[in-house]
Design a protein around this ligand. Sequence first.
Ligand SMILES: NC(=O)c1ccc[n+]([C@@H]2O[C@H](COP(=O)([O-])OP(=O)(O)OC[C@H]3O[C@@H](n4cnc5c(N)ncnc54)[C@H](O)[C@@H]3O)[C@@H](O)[C@H]2O)c1
Length: 260
Amino acid sequence: MGRFENKAVVITAAASGIGLAAAGRFAAEGARLALCDIDGEALAARAHDFDIDPERLLLATVDVREKTDIEAFVTDAASRFGCIDVLVNNAGAGRRGRVQDLSDEDWRHVMGVSLDSVFIASRAAMPHLVARRGAIVNVASISGLAGDGGNAAYNAAKAAVVNLTRAMAVDAGRDGVRANAVAPGLTATPMTERMRAAPKVMEQYEDRIPLARAGAPEEIAAAICFLASDDASYINGVCLPVDGGLSAWTGQPVWRPRRG
Ligand SMILES: NC(=O)c1ccc[n+]([C@@H]2O[C@H](COP(=O)([O-])OP(=O)(O)OC[C@H]3O[C@@H](n4cnc5c(N)ncnc54)[C@H](O)[C@@H]3O)[C@@H](O)[C@H]2O)c1
């Protein structure tokens, strides 16, 4: 028996990268899945590879910036499966720039995809999660734990996701619903493809990440599934860095004085 046998799991932005890897892992562990993405064609093509019965799978084309579309997706998931056990708020997007570089549209885009969607999907799913004593896992970022440089909107949105996770953990814990987040570091998905293709940038990353490599989306998915599962039944309100140790380091030069 998998940890999610017959559980109903809802995931946003599941056509690629971390969302897709999480969907694959939940499917392998027995879940019924409601998946959405703005790219419905890619979602349908990739979900085809999951070893899952079609009636255990709901796919939807949703732009998570559209409030009524997310709400309808959550409602459809609850009526198709009769319940929602897990909500994974995975959607997120960045627009590079310091505050003086960012347009209103850049700011709204990043907030709409990365933060508003978390609020709207969580609000819509909460009564269903309360009914099942379920769990929320938000995909934040180490960019929500400190500033990156030239990434102001994303830093603000992801920090808000981290604290919204804590707020929901405090409020919904009383109803038996847990809310946690993962904070991925550099992960090998299409989002970081251009960055990872730049050898100088990768060299700097390898210097700063104690494990000296990017994470695989499956490694983030494993942490998401852990936090969603009963294995984490007493974990509520944490933001778990999954970053090869990057956020554990002060960033100070490593100095090893000679002995003797
Ligand atoms: N890749 C990393 O290094 C990294 C690090 C930290 C956090 N994250 C976070 O992980 C999450 C997933 O990122 P990823 O790296 O897997 O990205 P990805 O580019 O592989 O996938 C993103 C998915 O989001 C979908 N999407 C984009 N805009 C959307 C919208 N408006 N509505 C619905 N779907 C939309 C895309 O179609 C795509 O399928 C994001 O929240 C991201 O901020 C990623």
